[in-house]
Write a protein that binds this ligand. Structure first.
Ligand code: FAD
Length: 393
């Protein structure tokens, strides 16, 4: 067999989307996943395709929605079809001033999301599952999905287009004389014309095993999946959470910081296919689950009282790949010809990952592609070439 044109490291939503796009453009592609497709956050997230309310990320979001629509019509049998209309997103708070200010900011930045303030009877009529003392900013956004569905569907599409997917195979870039020449897998070098690292939170160490280059860190999320008999129709999120404020890029100065995420979860709840996923934590290290599940349900029940008695069907924990400035790294790795990166999408990877993957794939294909400077991997220090360190399989 001849060497692939492109090797992709990582079988999450980003890696599978890159493989599918490249294979669709006629490239020979091999994707290496050290565990199984969707083993990381791409299989364990909350399950919503969400508008990121960060102006820098909006283009990636729209490209992702477009990719999901094309995916649903190309292979509907793969089990992922995005709804025609969003469910609606309610950013909820006990403080009307916070909700009003947030709504004002969102109306100025994204009028097409039709932000409106709801409270009292009007809010309960729109969303009867909520506690009575809340206000909310409603946005025309939020597509609930089965969390792993897009990643499995993209992997199916990639294979159907001729890509090879090798699960249970850890890979690292093979660097010779400062140039990436392929991947190291189980002690062997497998040549490739270009390598894309889409390793989620493990991306920094895959590119620079010395540990000196760390633009992407892990932020751990716990979610509790429940079977609520009468779940909310909307996607619900706490108005004060950073993510509702575009990860800080849209934060109105008058909105005070949320309680410390090291001790308090941030409420979110979304329902797809009869499962309501309550979240979530934003923790710097892997947590002990039991106390966090209790806190998530308690906090959630203060917004949606019926949540506390809902049977838990699954508890999930995984790491978000968070870039130091909250925006993904998309493009060529500085100083290592042949090596590319697409990672660091934080809490928005399901909603923006496939749009990013397309950009990096087109760059690898030599297309004229305009990647915004905000995503330039070179904005952080350069990694030291990995020197062909051997990956375990
Ligand atoms: C609790 C939680 C809830 C979330 N909810 C949402 C949501 O509702 N909407 C949204 O848009 N986003 C959400 N996110 C964020 C989203 O899940 C992530 O941004 C996204 O899944 C990241 O995808 P990825 O492909 O970059 O990384 P990952 O999914 O982490 O995939 C990376 C893959 O690389 C593999 N890998 C690692 N090292 C190697 C190696 N050496 N060789 C081969 N393979 C390797 C891993 O096994 C893994 O499968 C949530 C995240 C969390 C934690």
């Amino acid at each position: 067999m001849s060497a692939p044109d492109v090797a992709v490291i990582g079988g999450g939503v980003v890696g599978t989307a890159a493989a599918a796009h490249l294979a669709g453009q006629g490239a020979r592609v091999t994707l290496y996943e050290r565990e199984a497709i969707a083993a990381g956050a791409s299989g364990r997230n909350s399950g919503v395709v969400q508008h990121p309310v960060d102006p820098a990320l909006v283009g990636l979001y729209h490209a992702t929605v477009e990719a999901y629509r094309a995916l649903g019509s190309e292979i509907p049998q793969a089990g992922f079809v995005l709804a025609a209309e969003p469910a609606g997103l309610l950013l909820v708070s006990r403080r009307l001033d916070v909700v009003s200010l947030l709504c004002e900011q969102l109306r100025a930045a994204f009028p097409y999301l039709a932000p409106e303030v709801l409270q009292g009877e009007a809010l309960l009529a729109a969303e009867p599952t909520l506690a009575p003392d809340l206000a909310a900013c409603r946005l025309e956004a939020g597509f609930p999905i089965v969390p792993s569905a897009p990643t499995y569907a993209l992997a199916t599409l990639a294979e159907r287009r001729g890509a090879t997917i090798r699960q249970g195979r850890a890979a690292l870039p093979a660097i010779e004389s400062g140039v990436c020449v392929g991947v190291r897998v189980a002690g062997r070098t497998e040549p490739a014309g270009a390598v894309i690292v889409a390793g989620g939170p493990w991306t920094s160490e895959i590119i620079d095993p010395s540990g000196a280059w760390t633009p992407i860190r892990s932020v751990w999320g716990v979610v509790a999946e429940t079977a609520m008999p009468n779940p909310p129709a909307h996607v619900l999120e706490e108005a004060e959470m950073d993510e509702a404020l575009g990860a800080g890029h849209l934060a109105p100065s008058a909105i005070e910081a949320h309680e410390d995420p090291a001790t308090t979860p941030r409420f979110s709840l979304m329902t797809a296919a009869g499962r309501s996923v309550a979240g979530s934590t934003f923790l710097e290290s892997e947590p002990v689950l039991a106390p966090w599940v209790e806190r998530i349900l308690q906090r959630g029940a203060s917004f949606v009282p019926a949540l506390y008695d809902a049977p838990i069907t699954e508890i999930r924990v995984c790491a978000r790949p968070v870039a130091r400035d909250g925006r993904p790294l998309i493009g060529a790795v500085p100083g290592i010809p042949g090596l590319f990166v697409c990672a660091g999408h934080g809490p928005w990877g399901i909603s923006t990952g496939p749009g990013s993957a397309r950009l990096v794939a087109d760059l690898v294909l030599g297309r004229d592609v305009d990647i915004p400077e905000a995503f330039d991997p070179g904005r952080f220090s350069s990694p030291r070439p990995g020197g062909g360190a051997q990956a375990s399989s």
